[in-house]
Design a protein around this ligand. Structure first.
Ligand code: GSH
Length: 390
């Protein structure tokens, strides 16, 4: 039997919600999907990262404004908070081992699929032309420059921060794309057997993968073509997720870790966690950039992200919070997929992010590693009004 909702959505003073973020944003799409699934009344308004720095403390989107005047930031702790507030939706699996592994998959999709998502969007002319127009139309109309200059500037900014400036080179290009292609194969194998990652309804791991798959891979021309042609079941799942509503998308979650999560866990063990370790070591030794070889691919001078040091700490915190029998169940699984050793490799990462555990109600750190103080140099503001077609 499911527990009753902690708060009745009919009379909840946080509703309706206002979701701030561009239509094409990875994490805004992720959060919007869960709000839709929970059937919470909301509206999305265009907003750029720099507008969020004031109310949330972090220059990132989405920002979530509650009807009682409070603001939240960071989709991961926001989802955990919503799950506590509306527990009968049980978005995070209640089995402790499945809950931990779902968080691990969410973290992987959030952080490790980011680079390929930015790559397909900004490193191909076709995608970059289209997306710079969409972004400038939505959030850059006020900038007093000709449209073609603004579009050029945003393409350069995105490549500088997120692709060429974050390790995408001729030497890593294929590896970066392989991450996407493998994800399509891994998800396709799952959706051949059931409609969502963990059963007959969406759960945390689905919302994690939905961020990159929906607003980037399924939408940007080069990656979308690959998805349509090689992984139609993933394409179909993207639409299924967008249309999922808890009142009509019934069904149960599996009680055991499915075998077909194995290849994703293997990738977490061989690529994502070693990257997190190298990032944490760089943070500890005060390097703003670092080199790391991942599965033989030489990533050079990639940005040290304090936020991702915190991601590693958060994974450890969730593991430590488990009861001993659950830790005993989980550890062999993590070992079998190469995830155990790198989870603990770095001694005391000490990110210093959120020591008082105030996130999502106060900003911790930005995932992109761009400080709020530098934001104004890089960021755009949303258009106040105006027609499309800057
Ligand atoms: N961990 C954050 C990440 C948010 C994030 O990085 N959002 C991107 C856009 S999808 C952003 O604001 N980037 C700022 C930039 O472009 O500099 C979350 O889950 O909400």
């Amino acid at each position: 039997m499911t527990a009753p909702s902690a708060v009745d959505p009919q009379s909840d003073p946080i509703l309706p919600l206002t979701l701030h973020g561009p239509e094409v944003s990875y994490f805004t799409g992720k959060l919007e999907a869960i709000i839709r699934y929970l059937e919470l009344p909301y509206r999305r308004v265009a907003g750029g990262p720099v507008e969020m720095a004031g109310p949330t403390g972090v220059a990132q989107v989405p920002g979530l404004e509650l009807a009682d005047g409070r603001w939240l930031t960071d989709s991961t702790p926001i989802i955990a908070w919503l799950d506590e507030r509306y527990p009968d939706a049980a978005v995070i699996p209640r089995d402790p081992v499945l809950s931990f592994l779902s968080r691990l998959l969410e973290d992987y999709a959030d952080e490790w699929l980011w680079r390929p998502a930015m790559h397909y969007r900004w490193d191909y002319v076709e995608g970059a032309e289209h997306m710079s127009r969409v972004l400038i139309d939505e959030a850059g109309r006020h900038i007093p420059l000709p449209g073609f200059v603004k579009r050029h500037l945003i393409r350069t900014r995105q490549r500088t921060l997120f692709t060429k400036g974050d390790g995408v080179s001729a030497a890593t290009w294929d590896h970066v794309e392989r991450i996407y292609l493998d994800s399509l194969a891994q998800l396709g194998a799952i959706f051949a057997k059931r409609p969502y990652l963990l059963g007959d309804r969406p759960s945390l791991a689905d919302f994690g993968f939905f961020g990159p798959m929906f607003r980037h891979f399924a939408m940007d021309p080069p990656s979308a073509r690959i998805m349509r042609e090689t992984a139609p079941a993933v394409f179909e799942w993207v639409a299924r997720m967008w249309n999922a509503r808890r009142s009509r998308t019934g069904g149960d979650l599996l009680g055991e870790v499915p075998d077909d999560w194995g290849p994703i866990l293997d990738a977490i063990g061989s690529a994502y966690l070693p990257y997190l370790c190298a990032n944490a070591e760089a943070w500890k030794t005060g390097q703003s950039r670092f080199d790391v070889d991942i599965e033989g691919a030489p990533y050079r001078q990639i940005r040290t992200a304090r936020y991702r040091v915190w991601c590693l700490e958060e994974l450890r915190r969730h593991f430590d919070a488990l009861d001993a029998p659950d830790r005993d169940r989980l550890r062999p699984l993590l070992e079998a997929h190469g995830c155990w050793e790198p989870l603990w490799r770095v001694k005391e990462p000490a990110s210093g992010v959120d020591p008082e555990r105030r996130v999502p109600f106060a900003g911790g750190a930005s995932m992109t590693g761009v400080a709020s103080s530098a934001a104004k140099k890089f960021y755009w503001r949303p258009a106040v009004s105006g027609r499309r077609g800057a």
